[in-house]
Design a protein around this ligand. Structure first.
Ligand code: FAS
Length: 391
């Protein structure tokens, strides 16, 4: 097969890229290792920055988001004895949207199928060839066991953290920056309406807790746990008791409502960034290039920003101007490192270490962020994001 852009991965990055490329008049083919149902069944992220919603609005992909999503002006930040609301809009930022990644992936997937996009699911052994030449190509084995080859002008790796595309960056050029956090997150979904009108970030001497949501009837929670902890050690009762304690249920007549837990898992917190995000005819976008801890809810938003920049760059290149394609990696990485810094500093302010000195430093940081106009403005900007642009 021959196309202009061969995309590896049908997650949010790959699907949105294909949609944005089509609006630039550029055809693409997507190959995906898993089945469509498997990809649509992955929950993961749940918070969209305003800049991400702007992209989806402009691309005609946000109808269900505005119907079913929840627009939030800010979040609650609390610690024992103190609960403060940080209103991003009041502090110069923009609202954020609660809308599950699985819902967004469904919207993107539906749009691609409706557009007759060439997408091949259950493709194994994907390999990249000749990315240094002007005629790169992909090979793989499709669901029927047939070998496939896709010749393209450009290959884009949207194949996530476990993908293969970044291995095609020459070793001599490739730099990998990695930080493993000294704690993990136990994340769980519950079929119970949220007990709060806004997301709660709770510092607690025993460990961090977060109350977020996916809809008016589904709640989502995260608990700081030891990196060596195992989900089998966490009964539903233990999870609810711990969550209620850390969120201060019963304090100031606020009560956490429990319900059936429908999914629970433990996720290591890590940051890994691979540079550059472009080499010759190979581009990387989304988790294929970078993963950040979900504390700042940046992973999915970075994927959206990457492919927005990349579609603009490939559109300009098609019109004869390669300058944006040359600037893609630096522009994308500038945003990635700002998100990595926020994810690191916000995680560091909220996750306890067991050291009382650290406790006091963290509480001082949270007190400043939630009471000082400049601290609040900084938090608002980091949370609600900045416009997606080159430079
Ligand atoms: P994805 O990983 O979503 O998609 C990559 C696709 O490539 C997959 O479908 C995969 O099957 C496919 N693929 C991989 N290798 C391939 C190969 N060799 N050939 C063909 N296809 C291949 N982010 C947040 O902002 N907030 C959160 O709360 C949050 N929670 C998360 C929880 C978990 C458990 C995880 C794992 C991530 C979480 N993230 C969160 C980050 C997550 O949302 C990512 O940022 C987002 O999925 C990025 O999208 P993609 O770059 O498309 O990568």
């Amino acid at each position: 097969m021959k196309t202009r852009v061969a995309i590896i991965g049908a997650g949010p990055a790959g699907l949105l890229l294909s949609h944005l490329l089509e609006r630039e008049g550029i055809e693409s083919i997507i190959v995906e290792a898993q089945s469509s149902d498997f990809v649509l069944g992955r929950f993961r992220a749940g918070l969209l920055e305003a800049a991400s919603v702007d992209v989806l609005d402009e691309a005609g992909l946000s109808e269900r988001l505005h119907r079913d999503g929840l627009e939030h002006r800010g979040v609650y930040v609390q610690w024992p004895g103190t609960k403060r609301s940080v209103d991003f809009v009041e502090r110069g930022g923009r609202p954020v949207w609660v809308y599950g990644q699985s819902e967004l992936t469904r919207d993107l997937s539906d749009a691609r199928f409706a557009a007759g996009q060439q997408m091949y699911y259950n493709v194994s052994d994907v390999a990249l060839h000749d990315v240094d030449s002007s005629a790169p190509f992909l090979t793989g084995v499709d669901a029927t066991g047939r070998s496939i080859r896709i010749d393209a002008d450009v290959i884009v790796g949207c194949d996530g953290f476990a993908g293969v595309s970044r291995d095609s960056l020459p070793q001599s050029l490739r730099a990998v920056y990695e930080r493993r956090y000294p704690h993990s997150w136990l994340g769980f979904f519950a079929d119970v309406p949220p007990s709060s009108d806004q997301i709660i970030f709770a510092w607690h001497p025993e460990g961090f807790a977060m109350h977020t949501m996916r809809s008016a009837s589904i709640s989502r929670f995260h608990l700081q746990v030891d990196p060596h902890d195992h989900i089998s050690a966490w009964s539903d009762d233990r999870i609810w008791e711990t969550t209620a304690r850390r969120l201060g249920s019963g304090d100031n007549d606020w009560t956490l409502h429990a319900g059936p837990i429908t999914e629970k898992s433990i996720l290591p917190l890590r940051c890994r960034i691979t540079t550059p995000m472009r080499h010759a005819r190979l581009f990387l976008a989304g988790d294929a290039a970078h993963v950040v801890p979900p504390t700042g809810a940046k992973g999915l938003n970075l994927a959206i920003a990457d492919v927005t920049l990349l579609a603009r760059a490939l559109g300009a290149w098609k019109r004869g101007d390669e300058s944006l394609a040359n600037a893609y990696s630096d522009s994308a990485l500038r945003r990635v490192w700002r998100a990595a810094e926020f994810s690191w500093s916000w995680s560091s302010a909220l996750h306890t270490t067991g050291d009382p000195f650290d406790d006091q430093l963290q509480l001082a940081q949270l007190d400043w962020l939630t009471s000082s106009p400049t601290g609040g403005a900084g938090l608002a900007e980091k949370f609600s994001g900045v416009p997606i642009a080159f430079g």
